[in-house]
Design a protein around this ligand. Structure first.
Ligand code: KIV
Length: 271
């Protein structure tokens, strides 16, 4: 039976079962209490407190500036709303790259100060020790390969990754290492669908894609993008399920007009 919004809490174990049974995993980003409540109630399996908060919440061009303290603030707000969804939190840039000890320290802070259920970090071979150390402490870790926005200055573009054979082989190698190191799931961002399918078939852990096509175990999108809150951002992989930019701006235009024309508040909207 598919896992519905009415059934019990999602765990990392549930995600493994979903992969095994072929039920696709739904994941969306969330950064605040109210949105997280709406997503949780609507049946999203995983809420990712992504470091994309740096972009969509704070207006930075990249994800690099957001701090661990700021991620903890967002994550604690999301956890307070989550009744059913699994909550995973991105370790931000600079909070785990030094060494495994620093990575563990950051992961422990996230778990203790937010009540989240696990962390996500970007990278392959270079983060294996960090993954092992965090997993050994009993903290679930989600990996992230392909387009890794924290390394944007190394690559210089947000173009599709691993389109060439050599990079594709490296990605598959890294994915296997992450699984071996104990990751419970893996995000693949902006890579060819065929490669994502091959990785998904070779791994026993769930693979969740963003711009990685349909042959994966689940999908993730940035919630502000899929709700159409920024009509200027329309990459090919993004499906917009609403046009909230229009809905919100129309409501606000109406409010401004009502205030100006003294149509608001009315007789029944005052004491
Ligand atoms: O930060 C984020 O939103 C992410 C997703 C794009 C996977 O890492």
């Amino acid at each position: 039976m598919p896992t519905t919004a009415a059934t019990k809490k999602i765990t990392t174990h549930t995600l493994r079962q979903m992969k095994a049974s072929g039920e696709k995993i739904s994941m969306l980003t969330a950064y605040d209490y109210t949105m997280a409540r709406l997503l949780d109630e609507a049946g999203v399996d995983v809420l990712l407190v992504g470091d994309s908060a740096a972009n969509v919440m704070a207006g930075y061009e990249t994800t690099l500036p957001i701090t661990l303290d700021q991620m903890i603030y967002h994550a604690a707000s999301v956890v307070r709303a989550a009744r059913r969804s699994l909550v995973i939190v991105d370790l931000p840039f600079g909070s785990y790259q030094e060494d495994a000890r620093q990575a563990l320290h950051s992961a422990v802070r996230v778990m203790k100060e937010t009540g989240a259920h696990g962390i996500k970090l970007e990278g392959g071979e270079s983060v294996i020790e960090a993954v092992q150390r965090i997993v050994a402490a009993g903290i679930p870790v989600m990996g992230h390969l392909g387009l890794t926005p924290q390394s944007i200055y190394q690559f210089g573009t947000y173009a599709v990754r691993a389109a060439e054979e050599k990079e594709a082989q490296k990605l598959l190698h890294d994915a296997l290492l992450l699984q071996q190191a104990g990751c419970f799931a893996l995000v693949l961002e902006k890579i060819p669908a065929k490669l994502a399918g091959e990785v998904t078939a070779q791994l026993s852990i769930p693979v969740i894609g963003i711009g990685a096509g349909k042959y994966v175990d689940g999908q993730v999108l940035v919630v502000h993008d899929m709700l159409g809150m920024n009509q200027a951002f329309k990459p090919r992989f993004l499906r917009q399920y609403a046009n909230l930019q229009e809905v919100i701006q129309e409501a606000v235009r109406q409010y401004v007009a009502d205030v100006k024309s003294q149509q608001f508040p009315g007789e029944h909207e005052q004491y």
